[in-house]
Design a protein. Structure first.
Length: 404
DNA sequence: AAGCATTGCAACCGCGATCCA
DNA sequence: TTGGATCGCGGTTGCAATGCT
C-alpha cells in the first residue's frame, strides 16, 4: 500500500493564491496561530492543501518575511554558506533574517548557480580549482527573457554596459578549444553565446578572486582552528559558531579531535592529495585539503591516469556521465581523456568535502611554484585548456600578475 | 506585431524526520 | 515499540513576463 496523500486532493484548488485567499489565511493564523496545517484549510474555509497553506504563510504572508532585492551582503552570505553547507537552504535562510529557504533556493538556482562556474582538476595532479564568474567574464553577455522583477521595478538594468568600453571582442568560440566546447555544459552554452572582452579579463579575474576570497575567509572562519583566526584578523561570531556546530554535527565523522590542527585539522599525509584553490593562486595562502573519509577513485582509461574524490561532488552525491549528460547538469570536471565527465553542482563542490583548512604560513611544506601553475593552466589536454585559452586572451598581464 | 526563447519565481511534490497515541 | 499523522525540507515544475528576432 502506498503512502497516504497529505490531504484530500479532490476539490482542492491549486496554483496561484488570490488576494482573498491570502487574507483568509492571514486572518485565520493571526487569530488561531500557526500549526495544525492539515486541519487549517477546513477550519479557515480554504480549498487548499494544508501544505500549500503552510508554504504560503511561511514564504509570503508572515509579517517578518523580507521582500525585495537580495543585497550584495546577503548574496555573499549565501555563497559562503552554500560553500560550507551545500543545499541546506533552511539553514542558510536561518542566517538571513527575513529570507525564506525557498527564496534563497530560487535565487541560487536562477542567479548564482549560473554565474559561478567551477573548473576543477582531478586530484593527484597538483590542481588548482578555479571558480569563474561567467557573468563577469562575459561582460558583454546579452541575456534574453525577462529581467528580475526587482530590476524591472527599478527599470534601470543595462546588461550591455561593459560593451561600450571595449575595442575588440572575441567570441568564446574563438577562445575555447573545440574540444572544450564539444564537452560544454549548461554553462557552456552560456559561454557559447557570450562575447569575451579582452579588456575586461583582468577586472573579471579580480572580481572572481575577490568573491572567492570572501568565500574562503568564511571557510576559514568555519574550519580552521580558532587560534589561527586572530592572526588573520578573523573571529567567530555567534552565527559562525552555530554554523560550525551544524557543520560538526553533519560531518561528525570527519572531525578529528586528535589532529594537531585541532577541531578540523588536517593530517599532514593528506598533502599529497591536496587541492589548491583559486585563492591559492591569488596568494591568500589558504590551502584546502580533502577530508579523511573521502573516497579516492582511480580512473585509468585510454592511458589517462587521474584520481577523483567521489565525495567532492557535494554532500556525498556524485554523478558520472557522458558529456551530453554533463551538458545538462552544470558544473563539470574531467577525468582526463576517458571521455567521462563528472558533474557537480555549483561552487560548493570545491569546499564541501574539503574539511581541512590551514594557513600556508603555518606549514612550510605547503607551497607551489607559480611557474608550474601557469604551465598547468596552459595545458590544453582537457577542460583546463579552457582556462589556458581564456588566459591566452591576456597572457602577458595574467602571467605578470600570477607570478608577481 | 507576432512568435519564439528564456528567465524568475511561486507553487507543487515526494520523502525523510519527528511527534504522539 | 509501532505505526499513522504531521512537519519540514530540497528538488522540480508550470507559467507569466520579458527580450529578441
Amino acid at each position: 500500500m502506498g503512502r497516504a496523500p497529505c490531504c484530500e486532493k479532490v476539490g482542492l484548488k491549486k496554483g496561484r493564491w488570490t488576494t482573498e485567499e491570502d487574507e483568509t489565511l492571514s486572518k485565520y493564523i493571526k487569530a488561531n496561530g500557526e500549526g495544525s496545517w492539515r486541519s487549517l484549510p477546513k477550519n479557515a474555509g480554504l480549498k487548499r492543501c494544508g501544505k500549500s497553506c503552510r508554504l504560503r504563510w511561511i514564504n509570503y504572508l508572515r509579517a517578518d518575511v523580507k521582500r525585495g532585492n537580495i543585497t550584495t551582503e546577503e548574496e555573499d552570505t549565501i555563497i559562503k554558506m552554500h560553500n560550507s553547507l551545500g543545499t541546506r537552504w533552511s539553514l542558510i535562510a536561518g542566517h538571513l533574517q527575513g529570507r525564506t529557504d525557498n527564496e534563497i533556493k530560487n535565487y541560487w538556482n536562477s542567479h548564482l548557480s549560473r554565474r559561478l562556474y567551477t573548473i576543477r582538476r582531478p586530484i593527484g595532479e597538483d590542481p588548482p580549482t578555479i571558480v569563474m564568474d561567467l557573468a563577469k567574464i562575459g561582460g558583454g553577455y546579452k541575456r534574453k527573457g525577462r529581467t528580475s522583477r526587482a530590476a524591472m521595478k527599478k527599470n534601470n538594468i543595462n546588461m550591455n554596459d561593459s560593451n561600450s568600453n571595449n575595442n575588440k571582442t572575441l567570441s568564446c568560440k574563438e577562445v575555447l578549444t573545440e574540444k572544450s566546447v564539444g564537452k560544454s555544459c549548461e554553462s557552456g552554452h552560456l559561454i557559447d553565446s557570450m562575447p569575451l572582452q579582452e579588456e575586461s579579463m583582468r577586472n573579471d579575474v579580480e572580481l572572481v578572486a575577490d568573491l572567492e576570497r570572501k568565500s574562503m575567509i568564511l571557510d576559514t572562519d568555519m574550519r580552521v582552528e580558532e587560534r589561527h583566526l586572530p592572526a588573520q584578523g578573523l573571529s567567530l561570531d555567534g552565527g559562525s559558531r552555530s554554523l560550525l556546530s551544524e557543520i560538526e554535527r553533519s560531518e561528525g565523522a570527519c572531525l578529528d579531535g586528535d589532529s594537531e590542527m585541532g577541531i578540523l585539522g588536517p593530517p599532514c599525509d593528506l598533502l599529497e592529495t591536496s587541492m589548491l584553490f583559486w585563492d591559492d593562486i591569488m596568494g591568500d595562502g589558504v590551502l584546502m585539503l580533502p577530508s579523511e573519509n573521502s573516497v579516492v577513485s582511480e580512473e585509468k582509461e585510454n592511458g589517462a591516469s587521474s584520481s577523483y574524490r567521489e565525495g567532492d561532488m557535494g554532500l556525498g552525491s556524485c554523478t558520472k556521465g557522458t558529456s551530453s549528460e554533463v551538458r545538462e547538469s552544470g558544473d563539470m570536471s574531467s577525468n582526463g581523456e576517458s571521455g567521462e565527465w563528472y558533474s557537480s553542482c555549483s561552487t560548493s563542490s570545491c569546499f564541501q568535502d574539503s574539511h581541512w583548512v590551514t594557513p600556508v604560513d603555518e606549514d612550510p611544506n605547503l607551497s607551489y611554484e607559480g611557474e608550474e601553475l601557469l604551465s598547468w593552466l596552459w595545458d590544453d589536454s582537457d577542460i583546463n585548456g579552457v582556462v589556458g585559452k581564456m588566459v591566452e586572451c591576456e597572457l602577458e598581464d595574467f602571467s605578470a600578475w600570477l607570478l608577481s
